[in-house]
Design a protein around this ligand. Sequence first.
Ligand code: PLP
Length: 397
Amino acid sequence: MHSGQQKMWSKCIPFVRVSCDGNELAYVREVLESGWLTTASKAQEFERRFAQEVGTRFAIAVNSCTSALHLGLEAMGVGPGDKVLVPTMTFTASAEVVRYLDADPVFLDVEYGSSLITPEIVAEGIDRHPDAKALIVVHFAGQSARMLSQDGPGILEVCRQRGLKVLEDAAHAFPTRCGERMVGGLGDATCFSFYANKTITTGEGGMLTTDDEAIAARARVMRLHGIDRDVWSRFTAEKPSWEYDVIAPGYKYNMPDINAAIGLAQLERAWSMRDQRQRCATHYLQRLAELEAVDPPLVHVPPEDHAWHLFVLTVKPQARVNRGRLIELLAARGIGTSVPYRPLHRMSYYRDRYQLKAEEFPQAERIWRGCVALPLYPTLSDDEIDYICNSLYELLG
Ligand SMILES: *Cc1c(COP(=O)(O)O)cnc(C)c1O
């Protein structure tokens, strides 16, 4: 029950609140005092711990998830003229990296309610484009797509049978389980984001994880100017340390130790922060169960397996106010929201370049017309969630 206008207008619930109240400051101080601010021992330690957490052989720290996606595709051999399947309901980074390599994204529709691609959607995409070289999977909102076989083939099996590489965009999905395993060690390579609004942050940052030695080696070289350090250390150990070789025109994608220090502190609290977000999501789901005007997020996994990065409602077409108006009215009550995402087939660059029609993406269109993400972070209190839910009932009920 809400407690009148006066109290109502005094609330301020931002869409994102960053939680940096662990060892972040202490670890950053260590870096500053060490005098070594770029990539060194903290980045290495962050890689080691992250690999342990997701259960992969290799983890390669970089300066963004976008960089990780670029490195992953490059290491898989995607090049000019290749086709890469990408869901339309994602951030532009998932598709722009395909263009970096002069390859072409082929957009897939998604499942209504979850915004995930399914094995069926992938199989149909491959039927339409049998020459596709790779698939990018987005674990939307922090829920794993159906990667593993269970009552039918999973996405990995579909792709393996048809010869496609699988790169996972797990920008929303840490920590996320898929069955008994963690997202990070499923496909050929997986990319994580530590951007400020993600489930754990380094300010800006990303990670590429893989069990594939060749992908790891290539990504490591390309991460830092194409300098082949392995060759250098193996064959020229007796040479002076200033000597190195460049074997490709690489990139400048390394993660500085300052950022890795923040990441190490965040990693310590990744699971407890996830638990808090689950508390929020469970509370929302209970409170909003009777709100006819919206569809709640479709969840296929046990709540413990979900990273709960986003809580996305879809406002139904027959609702009293539409999505745009709802966002304004919530903002007037001090409630921040977001719209993830305007699908890529509606972005002028992709739409015009590939002559995309909205009718080809019926489920993404349904989502797009109504989707709105509510605040979801560890420090969101039950009272704040009640206030948000009461507001939704008042505006839509
Ligand atoms: C945030 C995000 C990215 C990009 O992450 P950066 O670390 O900012 O490069 C990529 N894909 C998805 C789905 C995202 O949400």
